[in-house]
Design a protein around this ligand. Structure first.
Ligand code: CUA
Length: 228
């Protein structure tokens, strides 16, 4: 979860988010190098006294400064494509969770387990406990097993919503009449917070997501206690 003055990415809690952070750092490094080089060149132009009135073209330098940026862009495009296909891979999930966006709350269905279903509303500020997180905690959390592949199916009932958990590197649009799919692997226990990230109406800011990541045997206990 993001806390005060955290402007960067959250620590990853899944292998995919780890890869996303690596790619972000890689792209940022290239960006900084280009900015410094171009900034230096532009700054140095102020102090250049050389003038050549007959310089109208230079085939060689034009070739170099056209092809070189294209090659640099390839070093961003190819890792980006690798990551894109990695994010779309479904690795034999052991749990499937269906999440449906509504104005303005999420509802969840565990279709594999006797179709457990429940709504998940934000806890209003005046009902929050002292250790609760304002605009972020919900009344009914999603419980998912850690160290296993989870499949998430996302849809919406009214307008477009987006099911987003930054620490897990998940962001899937919930669209009415469609079923989107993604998967993730949580590699530690704990609470993971997310929010809707598709402008979906007046209370868009007030439909958070909370995942409770627990060991597999705890998950089985939870799922069987809900089945009776
Ligand atoms: Cu749902 Cu924004």
């Amino acid at each position: 979860m993001s806390t005060w003055a955290n402007l960067g990415l959250q620590d990853s809690a899944s292998p995919l988010m780890e890869q996303l952070i690596f790619f972000h750092d890689h792209a940022m490094l290239i960006l900084v190098m280009i900015t410094v080089l171009v900034g230096y060149l532009m700054f140095m132009l102020f102090f250049n006294n050389y003038v050549n009135r007959f310089l109208l073209h230079g085939q060689l330098i034009e070739m170099i400064w056209t092809i070189l940026p294209a090659i640099i862009l390839l070093f961003i495009a190819l890792p980006s494509l690798r990551l894109l296909y990695l994010l779309d891979e479904i690795n034999e999930p052991s749990v499937t969770l269906k999440s449906i966006g509504h104005q303005w709350y999420w509802s969840y269905e565990y279709s594999d387990f006797n179709n457990i279903e429940f709504d998940s509303y934000m806890i209003p500020t005046n009902e929050l406990s002292t250790d609760g997180f304002r605009l972020l905690d919900v009344d009914n959390r999603i419980v998912l097993p850690m160290n296993s592949q989870n499949r998430i199916l996302v849809a919406a009932a009214d307008v477009i919503h987006s099911w987003t958990i930054p620490a897990l590197g998940v962001k899937v649009d919930g669209t009415p009449g469609r079923l989107n799919q993604t998967n993730f692997f949580i590699n530690r226990p704990g609470l993971f917070y997310g929010q809707c990230s598709e402008i979906c109406g007046a209370n868009h800011s007030f439909m958070p997501i909370v995942i409770e990541s627990v060991p597999v045997n705890y998950f089985i206990k939870w799922i069987s206690s809900n089945n009776s």
